[in-house]
Design a protein around this ligand. Structure first.
Ligand code: ZN
Length: 103
């Protein structure tokens, strides 16, 4: 009896958690709909806000596949051993880091 009760409680909690994530996802979608209707300063920003979730996913997956294959994550040249950039982008990155640290 006690085991059955525990199972019922666990199932109820699982359903509640699922419901909560579903509501959160729904709210997220509504927010996106609202933000996609807003006026944007230019068509590029409008496109970005309309597709940013998919774009971010794609960029993230490209980053990981490039990193695994030893290709620079900013271009299509071969990356240097042990890092994710080619020699050109490593040089650029060094400049960005210096600028950021100087602030
Ligand atoms: Zn590169």
């Amino acid at each position: 009896m006690n085991v059955l009760l525990k199972a019922v409680v666990a199932r109820t909690i699982a359903l509640a958690v699922n419901g909560e994530t579903m509501i959160r996802k729904l709210l997220q979608k509504i927010k996106e709909k609202i933000s996609s209707r807003q006026e944007h300063t230019n068509r590029f920003l409008k496109f970005y806000y309309a597709h940013h979730r998919r774009l971010l996913k794609e960029r993230r997956s490209t980053y990981y596949t490039k990193r695994e294959k030893g290709i620079c994550v900013r271009c299509s040249r071969k990356s240097l051993a042990g890092i994710i950039f080619c020699s050109y982008h490593q040089k650029m990155q060094k400049g960005y880091n210096q600028k950021a640290r100087a602030k």
